[in-house]
Every structure is written in C-alpha cells, then in structure tokens.
Design a protein around this ligand. Structure first.
Ligand code: GAP
Length: 513
C-alpha cells in the first residue's frame, strides 16, 4: 500500500515538474478536482485523442464523427434520465462537517479487506515459492475465502439497497460496519441523501427570462439527438457508428486521485446503432475491439481486466468496464454498454419527433439498438503516464527516471542536441530540426552537458535523442539514442526521417490490434 502511495506521489510530482499537468488556477490555491494540461500534457492528450479517432473513425468506413455542443436543450436531460436519476448517495459527518459518498465509504471499507487478502497471498507466495498456485490458494484458504465472502455480502447488500433507493439501509450498513470518518474517526453520521451531479447554468440576459441549462454530464446525448441528421445526411446504413470527443462536467463529491475523477473532464465516446436482436453480438465484438486497442499500446496485458456488471443501469441489457491497474489498484478506464433503444425512444417521446431507421432490406422501420464505447481521455492519460513512469537502475550503479511513453503518444518524437554550443554544431542541428519538424514534433536543446540533456529527455518521455558532433561536420552522420535501451547508433542525417517514422507510424501501432 505504502509503495502504491509513493508511486502515485511520484506520478503527481513528475506530471508537474515535466510540464504535463498543473492544478487549475494554482496561484489562487487551485480549484478542487480541476486540472490544466501543460505544454507536454496537451501534446500527450492530443496524441491519445488522435490515436482513438484514427482507430475508431478513420479505420471504420461505417463510423463518422461529430462535435456537438456542451450546452443542449434542457429537455435532453429529462429524456436521458439525468435530471431524475443522475445522483450520488451522500452522507455528512456531523462532527467534522465533511461530506462523503456513502457507497465510496463502503467500497473503501471493502478495499481494506481486499488488502488483507493480498497480504495473505504475498505471504503464501513467499512461503511456497515456485509451487505457489494463486487461483487455488484464493479458492481454498479458509481465511481468504472468509474475507472474500464478507466483501461479496457487503457489496451485494449495498447494490441492492441503492437500486431500491433504500437509503436508510445504506446508512444502517455504514453503522453496522462501524465505518468512521476517515479524517477524524467520528461515527456521527447524518442520513444518506441523493445529490444530483449535473452543473447548472443559465442562458439569457435577464433573470426573469433566463432558461436553466446544464453543462452536459456525458457527450453521448449529443450523438443521440443528432442520430437522424447524421444517418440521413451521411446516408448511413445500419450497423453504423457516430463518434465524438469532448468535455463533460460532473459535480463529483469524492473528487480525488488526481485526474482520475475530475469535475471537468473529456470523454471519447462512440454509439454504434444496430438492428434490434443483434446487440449481444456487437457488444461482444466491441468489447474485444476496444481491449485490442488498449493492448496495441504495449502497456502489458496483465494490467487490464474486464469487469462485467451484475447490476445494470435501467437502460442497459449488458455492461462491462475495462479496468486498468492504476497506481492505486484496478479501476474503471472504459465502459462498454449495450444501451438497448432506451435513449432514442426517450428522445422520441420527449421531442415528439420520430427517430427511426428505415431498413430497406427488411422493408420496415425500427428504433435501432445502441452499443456504446465510452472512455475518459483524462483517465487514459493517467493510465499511460503512470504506467510509463519508471525508476531504472543503470550500469554504473546509479539510476535514471524514465518516462517510457508509447512512442506514438510521446509529445516530442525526438530531441536534437548539438554536442557543444560552438564550432558550427548548433547551425547543423537547427537545419536537421527545420527538416524534421514538418513530419514530427521535435525539440531543440543546447543547454548543459549532453548527458544531462539525455536524462532530461528520458524523464520527459522523448523516444529519440539525435546528437550532432564534430564528426557530423565531416561525414553528415549523427548519433541517434533510443530512450528505452539507451543504445546509440551512428546514422546518416538522411536516414533519420525513416528511422523515426518506423517507430511512430500509426499504422505500425494500430496493426498490432
Ligand atoms: N455515456 C456513458 C458514460 O458517460 P460513464 O461510465 O459514466 O459512462 C464513461 O463514463 C467514462 O468516462 C468512464 O469510464 C471514465 O473513463 C470517464 N469518466 C467518468 N467520470 C469521470 C470523471 N469524473 N473524471 C474523469 N473521467 C471520468
């Protein structure tokens, strides 16, 4: 646990020190759970967004993109169910006056039991060595089985109570488990209440005529309300998809874990419209396709797992999360939801407009079913960033901090470094820079000893360093150093473009899918 916390602290400080993420309005002491992407962060974020867009839109003839507004007609949110049901169960501590999500307090309690299970596993693994079989141990060790049963009982009771809106039982559970305020230890709790997560705003100049609006809490509804416009103008045939990336806003109560849970964040969503009855097939297919996309980035298959939902939202007939191993454990990174025809039907009802598709093959109209893939861009950023940050022992007994970002996502693909700031080397380096910058985002650095500059680029995540030295003046060759292996190779300047291209070409990455 302590190790995880240390690693997470390193992620936070590295993100600031190397110009990836800053706290919003930091000079005013920041705004809780709101962050700004800095000069390197904005590039990494854009590269992740592009990588998703290439895979989802450009690689699929039957998926097109849109960019809908953040502000939408307020009835949208009535129809979608967000006005009535987009709530979190809250509880206040009467002594500390702190507010918590009741379900998170209970989940954190279960996480502590899970930590005990992990401890038992570690102990047994040490004891049994090579012969240790984790699955068997989890299934047969009395203490571990007891812990797991306790977790299951607690979570299923909480799930059932939340579903039935039985909030007194959620409070009763907190009291029975003797859960205390994590900050003060007090167990003096209020009742559990529901709290709507949407941010409200107003449209219009005068107080009397102003219209109450919401900042969208998900991008998906912008797709649903445009379904027929896109289908007709794009002459789309079912099955087809509409993709979108953009900001969403949620007044999260427990906003913590850095950019994992923010109040203003970005989603990358795709709604895939299918013929009723085929949704299960498409749901399975999109689960597999999305996992492959993640795996194509080479961040380790062991860091992903599916979590199939037992309790389904009222609009879904199947749902799963792709979870990623963040520094604080496995958590949801992306959701894949089979949303039935709930959204389109609801918008038909509330707008009075038909949102149906005429199927020429079947010669009939129907409301399509929808399979949705929804990933948080900021969460993906955190997954990539935290997974890439490594402390590595190197040969001479020292260590280096290296940010092993997948090269396709790295903000700068190469840094160009004249060995010294004289003898005409900076001029040659600048010429290389001017040539490469048409194809790649490249960085120029002539300050400090070259070793120090290598370390800086390692920590910033730049996959290549190109060094111009005196030999360059003689034979037009440079050294190219690889961030991950630290290997250096002498190559001709004319070969650089191809070498870098081979490592950062989107085709080479996506074809691993
Ligand atoms: N349209 C479906 C939808 O919005 P969701 O599970 O609520 O589903 C989808 O959100 C994804 O958006 C999540 O898997 C997560 O990656 C991201 N996300 C949700 N809330 C977030 C928050 N407060 N901060 C950052 N990312 C968030």
């Amino acid at each position: 646990m302590a190790n995880q916390e240390d690693q997470f602290k390193k992620v936070l400080s590295h993100a600031k020190e190397y110009g990836y993420v800053f706290q919003s309005s930091e000079i005013y002491d920041g705004l809780s759970a709101v962050y700004d992407y800095a000069q390197n962060g904005v590039e990494l974020k854009k590269n992740i967004r592009d990588y998703w867009w290439k895979a989802m839109v450009q690689m699929h003839e039957n998926i097109v993109g849109i960019d809908a507004s953040i502000l939408m007609h307020p009835t949208t949110w009535k129809a979608s169910g967000h006005v009535d049901a987009f709530n979190d169960p809250l509880i206040d501590n009467k002594d500390s006056k702190k507010r918590y999500r009741a379900d998170v307090l209970i989940e954190d309690y279960c996480a502590k039991i899970e930590a005990k299970i992990n401890k038992e596993v570690d102990k047994a693994a040490k004891r049994f060595g090579e012969a240790f079989n984790k699955e068997e141990f989890l299934a047969t060790n009395g203490r571990v089985v007891g812990y797991q049963e306790k977790i299951n009982t607690i979570l299923s009771r909480m799930g059932a109570s939340l579903e039935k809106e039985d909030l007194p039982d959620v409070k009763a559970l907190i009291e029975e488990l003797e859960i205390a305020d994590p900050l003060t230890g007090s167990r003096n709790w209020t009742e559990v209440k529901q709290f709507n997560l949407m941010f409200g705003t107003k449209l219009g100049a005068s107080a009397e005529t102003a219209m109450d609006l919401y900042l969208r809490p998900e991008t998906a509804q912008g797709i649903f309300v445009n379904f027929l416009n896109v289908q007709k103008t794009g002459r789309m045939k079912i099955p087809f998809g509409i993709a979108q990336t953009g900001k969403a806003f949620r007044n999260e109560i427990v906003a913590r874990q850095f950019i994992f849970r923010m109040r203003e964040f970005e989603q990358m969503e795709m709604q895939f419209f299918v013929k009723p009855g085929t949704q299960k097939e498409w749901y399975d297919q999109w689960k597999a396709t999305r996992l492959k996309w993640h795996l194509s980035l080479g961040m380790g298959a062991e860091n992903y797992r599916f979590h199939d939902h037992d309790k389904l939202a009222h609009y879904a007939d199947a749902a799963a999360d792709i979870e990623f191993k963040f520094p604080f454990g496995f958590k949801e990174l992306e959701g894949i939801h089979s949303r039935t025809d709930f959204d389109l039907k609801a918008h038909e009802e509330f707008s009075g407009k038909k949102l149906q598709y005429f199927d020429h093959e079947d010669n009939k109209s129907y409301t399509p079913y929808v399979v949705e893939t929804s990933i948080g861009l900021d969460r993906m950023f955190l997954a990539v960033f935290s997974n890439s940050l490594q402390e590595e022992a190197i040969e001479n007994g020292t260590s280096r901090t290296v940010l092993k970002l997948p090269a396709i996502l790295a903000p700068y693909k190469a840094a160009i470094l004249p060995l010294v700031k004289k003898d005409g080397l900076p001029e040659v380096a600048r010429k290389i820079m001017d040539d490469l910058k048409w194809d790649f985002n490249v960085f120029y650095d002539e300050k400090d000893a070259v070793g120090k500059r290598y370390r800086r680029q390692d920590a910033a995540g730049t996959p290549f360093c190109i060094t111009v030295d005196h030999q360059t003046l003689e034979d037009k060759s440079v050294t190219i150093r690889h961030r991950d292996t630290m290997e250096q190779k002498r190559v001709k300047i004319t070969e650089l473009k191809e070498l870098i291209h081979a490592e950062v070409a989107v085709k080479n990455w996506l074809q691993r899918m």
